[in-house]
Design a protein around this ligand. Structure first.
Ligand SMILES: *Cc1c(COP(=O)(O)O)cnc(C)c1O
Length: 400
């Protein structure tokens, strides 16, 4: 058990079972493989490690605490613990891999980072890391998203990033990724593509996973220190899959720990109404890698939808597809309304306003609580809800 995860996954470079790979232009393969070998060298380099650790500690306030949610625990008769990624600088776990990617870019001599963003969360975290490390930063964002997420667009501008609006197709995340890749093709000698989750062609899923693994590493140690043992289950929401893989990695070899990944069911089970790629997707290729992908009957990529815009990607990280196939992680769904209920519940019982994305994980914890009486649940609170407040009050108001 200790070794089967690691060995099987690294056996065939860039593949997780049948998923992952590099479905890209030949001209980019050399560059990507070069980035990977430099990354592998750097991650074992003491100076790089110390710099990364210093940024995480002093810039992003790591380690983030594991918090015992006393009120919620009393109410549910379970012991509920939250890994507080919401307390990171810029409000979510994304800064972990953005600092890593920006540091990597700098160390391998790139002057610029190029990234896509949906609701602007990855864009803001990337622009933040780029400002800190003195890199230029181009952020590609769909025109529809730009209009919806103006505060984040303004943040990126203040941070000195160049926000490039994308007008093709649905004018949202998928097209932003297409455009960012296109731009990168012309600039790869001087720029690094800094992807927003554990997706994309090899080596990006592995690089982002590496930087996010700090979450699980800390959480396991903290949990043992607090309780003297391991949690009975670990729960995290899955969009592209970075916060979840980060916390899962801390527990993946502890076979007594059940692991749940929570996908957004949005408005329902029909294709187009949700973004539950692992639940309703079929094998397919998007943005240079193979995964379980939401597709229409004619095999075109389906629209993805969730009330949490950070979760509405039609594909999902290749390692999650593999973890599903081998049965190590169980993937479940939570719909919009259940997520909104959990958003209010955590706010009102614990005084913590969660991101709508993270609310999916909280909602799943609350849903299974009746079957876990007396057991210990660890939920990854991937981000805070400041960005969602206006939207929730306008669309899902609750009487006080
Ligand atoms: C972006 C985001 C997510 C989804 O991304 P993953 O790569 O699946 O983690 C989840 N939670 C928050 C708060 C986010 O900003």
């Amino acid at each position: 058990m200790e070794t089967y995860m690691k060995d099987k996954i690294s056996e065939q470079e860039g593949y997780f079972g049948i998923y992952g790979g590099q479905y890209i232009d030949e001209s980019l393969k050399t560059e990507f493989n070069n980035i990977y070998s430099q990354f592998l060298k750097l991650k074992d380099d003491e100076e790089f490690q110390n710099e990364f650790k210093d940024l995480l500690e002093h810039f992003s306030c790591r380690p983030t605490p594991v918090y015992y949610a006393k009120n919620l625990s009393k109410k549910t008769e379970c012991d509920i613990y939250l890994k507080r990624e919401d307390l990171n600088h810029t409000g979510a776990h994304k800064i972990n891999h953005c600092l890593g990617e920006a540091l990597l870019a700098k160390k391998i001599g790139k002057k610029k980072v190029i990234a896509e963003t949906g609701a602007g969360q990855h864009g803001v975290a990337m622009a933040t890391a780029a400002a800190l490390l003195g890199l230029e930063c181009d952020i590609y964002m769909g025109d529809v998203d730009i209009k919806k997420a103006m505060p984040n667009v303004n943040r990126m501008k203040i941070l000195g990033a160049n926000v490039i609006s994308v007008h093709s197709g649905q004018k949202t995340l998928k097209e932003a990724v297409d455009k960012a890749f296109e731009a990168y093709l012309n600039e790869y000698e001087t720029a690094l593509y800094a992807i927003g989750s554990v997706v994309g062609p090899h080596p990006f899923p592995s690089i982002v996973e590496y930087f996010q693994s700090i979450v699980g590493k800390e959480a396991r140690e903290q949990f043992i220190n607090m309780t003297g043992g391991l949690p009975d289950c670990v729960i995290a929401c899955v969009g592209g899959g970075s916060n979840s893989i980060g916390i899962f990695n801390g527990f993946i070899n502890d076979k007594e720990v059940e692991i749940y990944g929570v996908e957004p069911l949005g408005k329902g089970e029909k294709i187009g109404e949700n973004a539950a790629s692992l639940t309703y997707g079929r094998e397919g290729i998007i943005h240079g890698f193979k995964c379980l992908l939401l597709q229409n009957e004619d095999n075109t990529v389906a629209d993805a939808y969730s009330v949490a815009s950070g979760l509405d990607y039609p594909g999902v990280g290749p390692k999650h597809c593999y973890l599903k196939d081998i049965g190590r992680v169980q993937y479940k769904t939570i719909n919009d309304n259940e997520a909104i209920d959990a958003f209010y519940e955590l706010s009102r019982t614990e005084g913590i306003i969660p991101a709508l994305e993270s609310s999916h994980a909280v909602a799943y914890g609350l849903k299974i609580a009746k079957d876990y009486k007396g057991k210990k649940l660890l939920i990854n609170l991937s981000g805070r809800g400041d960005k969602d407040i206006e939207f929730v009050l306008e669309n899902y108001p609750r009487t006080f």
